[in-house]
Ligand binder design. Sequence first.
Ligand SMILES: CC(C)(COP(=O)(O)OP(=O)(O)OC[C@H]1O[C@@H](n2cnc3c(N)ncnc32)[C@H](O)[C@@H]1OP(=O)(O)O)[C@@H](O)C(=O)NCCC(=O)NCCS
Length: 173
Amino acid sequence: MSKIVIENELIRLRETTPEDVERVIAIERDEENRRYVYNWPKERHLESIQSEDERHFMVEDQKNGKVVGYIILSSMTSPHDVIEFDRITIDIKGKGYGRQCVRLIKKLCFETYGCHRLWLDVFDDNPKARKLYESEGFVFEGTLRECKKYEDGYRSMHILSMLSQEYGKAENR
Ligand SMILES: CC(C)(COP(=O)(O)OP(=O)(O)OC[C@H]1O[C@@H](n2cnc3c(N)ncnc32)[C@H](O)[C@@H]1OP(=O)(O)O)[C@@H](O)C(=O)NCCC(=O)NCCS
């Protein structure tokens, strides 16, 4: 078992190991997920696990120890105290794992990593994820219009963020 980074009653986040990468890729490429998150080759995930600038976590259910998703943070070495909440993919949806992950990531970034600005992008055709982030206190900043080229055309991304002073408010914890 690799190192547990943060946990609560429902879930724990532990460091991803090279042995986890096949599972990560299976989740990432699942039909329900692949449109909403970048699809990396195995080598890129392995690089991320080793990277100073990134954190790669497996999400596990506390009760049965099963992997329910994974998370990537990036720009960890930013001199501006900015962290990108780069990726979250939950395999078993609608059970509250996503919300618990967002809460633990906020806590980890602001309370442990000294983050000032935690930000993310979300495709404009993913209202479920956007709603989750906004309900957790992330602020919509704007839209990068048609910024990504895909086989079926250009796609737009919304930018959302939370600042440390906003995390300080009780309703955003
Ligand atoms: C988006 C995602 C991370 C959410 O995780 P989850 O575990 O399914 O979400 P939760 O069960 O914690 O639900 C969080 C909120 O999402 C919304 N939600 C959940 N299921 C929903 C559904 N079927 N339709 C619409 N909204 C829904 C609700 O607002 C819910 O809040 P509530 O608990 O107050 O009802 C997950 O669905 C996922 O991995 N999706 C594919 C990849 C992806 O989109 N990643 C994010 C890229 S920015």
